[in-house]
Design a protein around this ligand. Structure first.
Ligand code: IMP
Length: 203
């Protein structure tokens, strides 16, 4: 739905997620881009796969059974640690719930090479037009100890390249300007704006 407001036109898009950290970040990103991100919770199972895109596509397909006529997106994200050969990657959520931040730091003890990246995969559902995938990455390193209280998940141990603070030591706006999630979201919004403009021209 397009609504008139301070932004001119505000695009409304549903976000299928129960993750409070993600919801907070996407809502702030939306405010910046004149997009009203509306969280919605849908019952679905998450498949295990070593491919984030497959996980996100499956999740979007399940959500579309409930939200057939809506513009919505789902996101799946993971932390890939180079000296651990990409672990935990698509298993990040499970690893966070089990061994957690301290467990990952233990796995890395003694390693001087600590490079890592986050990947975000967004799958957008457009009624009658199916699914479209957008990706974002941020490279960085794993800190020697957990620092900061902001953000969620592995934020206290991830230092984005070119910075000294961990994501958890940054404010929401700064993390969003650098993060995998911010990049994937902006790619989706750019695409939506172009798609909506060209459709408006056709009418
Ligand atoms: P999922 O995308 O909900 O499957 O979550 C993947 C897991 O990766 C989360 O539970 C977090 O532990 C971690 N993760 C994903 N994105 C971030 C982030 O931006 N910061 C910190 N941890 C993240």
């Amino acid at each position: 739905m397009l609504r008139r407001g301070e932004c001119g036109e505000v695009l409304k898009v549903f976000l299928v997620s129960r993750n409070e950290g993600k919801i907070r970040e996407f809502r702030e990103l939306g405010v910046r881009e004149c997009v009203d991100v509306v969280p919605v919770s849908v019952d679905k199972v998450e498949i295990q796969s070593d491919d984030l895109t497959q996980i996100a596509l499956y999740s979007a397909a399940q959500a579309s059974l409930h939200l057939r006529n809506e513009l919505f997106f789902v996101e799946d994200a993971g932390l890939y640690i180079k000296p651990l050969k990409g672990f935990p990657g698509p298993f990040s959520s499970y690893v966070y719930r089990t061994i957690g931040v301290s467990g990952v730091l233990k796995l890395l003890s003694g390693f001087s090479e600590r490079s890592a990246y986050f990947e975000s995969v967004i799958v957008l559902h457009q009624p009658t037009q199916g699914f479209r995938v957008f990706r974002g990455f941020v490279t960085g390193t794993i800190s020697l100890e957990a620092r900061g209280s902001g953000g969620f998940g592995f934020d206290p141990i991830f230092i984005p390249e070119g910075h000294e603070k961990t994501f958890a030591e940054m404010d929401l706006e700064t993390k969003n300007s650098l993060s995998h999630r911010g990049k994937a979201f902006r790619a989706m919004v750019d695409w939506l704006r172009t798609a909506y403009k060209s459709r408006a021209r056709e009418i």
